[in-house]
Design a binder for this molecule. Structure first.
Ligand code: 2IT
Length: 444
């Protein structure tokens, strides 16, 4: 494999799409060695085929706001790869959404979904629509207009969207309602649905819970107990909430969360009603974390990044590239034990490389945060069987899946000096499955 040539050709076809190019480069570097041991991959241009999305839908979403004014947003769905199952991945509603973001997310999703061992391909979609500060009716009108276009391209065995940043139970409810009306079928075409109409228990918590199951395994592998460890979390959304909940249950102490306005430092630990308050904060639509400090007499540090705080375990839970090389250096200097990306590509490639160079326990998003989509897979299973599992059934399966992903990372990522390179492990394990499936199904 000639990484430079592949990247050059990709840069021409996807000019200026930095996040996408970044995500591809990270995978190529990891798999190069293994790839070169398989001449059949090279001969069949497996990597050239895997780095291109199967197809992309881009559409206009006009809607009317509460003042009667017409608004126009862009909608997208990237169907990246269906070698191992129907396209599967979330929808992101955020002002930063563009094709580069969605292509990187869908590319990552392909390998993440492969790691779950469930039959799901990779997809992602969304809009530059920002639900923050909008009324319920505005969100509903937007979601309905969005589905007027998207419904033709999705289906329970074709492409199954879910939530991501800015898309929670409310948005999924409105989108699913419109899908049902247009398609005239009541199938599990979305995951993350409400419990009352086909959703799965544990799905809202799953990304955070799964992340902590992974972190616990990672620490156990290195004879470290999570009990009593201090934790910092960036963000205060759905993923952060699940992570704080499970970390606390496991006996760790979460001392900080953050928002776009700065970070909260709570040395007593974020537990009990403080965790419940995170949900309230998120629903308040102001996108600021500072009210926590007033409510619980904690410290608020405005305008700074939480990664400067000394803690044993660092969990980026917000957005891509939130943790830079400079942050990574601070984390290393502060003597952290473990960094696990719960956000997708939460670290820049330079930050991730620095962690690996320092032989830190560092786990990439496509392994650590796979619990969300894995539980979506379990929701699809329940829908297909027309049954509903209890919480312990779903949680047990989630834990098994996360432990299995951890074992795959160790198997493929163990270096000659004994260090487990989880980035390499996750990329090789995910890639091998997609590559083999591609090879077996001919040139399509
Ligand atoms: O990034 C992710 O894996 C998600 N947003 C969840 C995707 C899903 O289909 O549940």
């Amino acid at each position: 494999m000639n990484i430079d040539n592949i990247m050059r050709s990709l840069e021409i076809k996807h000019a200026g799409e930095f996040e996408f190019l970044q995500a591809v480069k990270e995978v190529l570097v990891s798999i190069e060695e293994v790839y070169n041991q398989h001449p059949e991959f090279e001969k069949n241009k497996i990597i050239e085929r895997i780095v291109e999305p199967d197809r992309i839908f881009t559409f206009k979403v006009p809607w009317v706001d509460d003042k009667g004014e017409i608004q126009i947003n862009l909608g997208y769905r990237v169907q990246f790869n269906n070698a191992i199952g129907p396209y599967k991945g979330g929808m992101r509603f955020h002002t930063s959404v563009n094709l580069s973001t969605l292509k990187f997310l869908a590319f990552e999703q392909t390998f993440k979904n492969a790691l779950t061992t469930l039959p799901m391909g990779g997809g992602k979609g969304g809009s530059d629509f920002n639900p923050k500060g909008k009324s319920n009716m505005e969100v509903m009108r937007f979601c309905q207009n969005f589905m007027l276009e998207l419904w033709r391209h999705v289906g329970a065995d074709t492409d199954i969207p879910a939530g991501d940043i800015g898309v929670g139970a409310r948005e999924i409810g409105y989108m699913y309602g419109m899908y049902k009306k247009l398609a005239r079928e009541n199938t599990g075409v979305f995951t993350g649905k409400g419990l009352e109409y086909g959703g799965s228990l544990v799905r809202p918590e799953a990304t955070g819970f799964g992340g902590l199951y992974f972190v616990r395994q990672m620490l156990k592998e290195h004879q470290i107990d999570i009990q009593g460890k201090t934790v910092i979390v960036s963000g205060f959304g759905n993923v952060a909430w699940g992570a704080v909940t499970k970390a606390t249950q496991m006996g760790a102490k979460v001392i900080g969360i953050s928002g776009p306005d700065g970070y909260i430092l709570d040395h007593e630990g974020i537990s009990g009603k403080k965790i419940d308050y995170m949900l309230e904060l998120r629903e308040s639509c102001n996108d600021i974390v500072s009210p926590y400090a007033e409510k619980f007499e904690a410290e608020f540090v405005p305008g700074r990044k939480i990664f400067e705080v000394r803690a044993d375990i660092v969990l980026p839970c917000a957005i891509q590239n939130e943790l830079t090389e400079e942050d990574a250096q601070k984390i290393i200097d502060n003597g952290a034990v473990c960094v696990a990306e719960l956000s997708n590509m939460g670290c820049t490639n330079e930050a991730a490389d620095l962690f690996v160079a320092h032989r830190m326990l560092f786990a990439p998003g496509k392994a650590v945060n796979a619990g969300g989509v894995a539980t979506s897979g379990l929701e699809m299973t329940q829908n297909a069987m027309h049954i509903h599992w209890d919480a312990s059934e779903v949680d047990d399966r989630l834990r098994q899946i996360m432990n299995n992903i951890h074992d795959q990372c160790v198997k493929f990522g163990r270096q000659p000096d004994g260090y487990v390179n989880y980035v390499k492990g996750a990329n090789i394990a995910g890639f091998m499955k997609v590559a083999r499936a591609t090879l077996m199904q001919g040139i399509v």
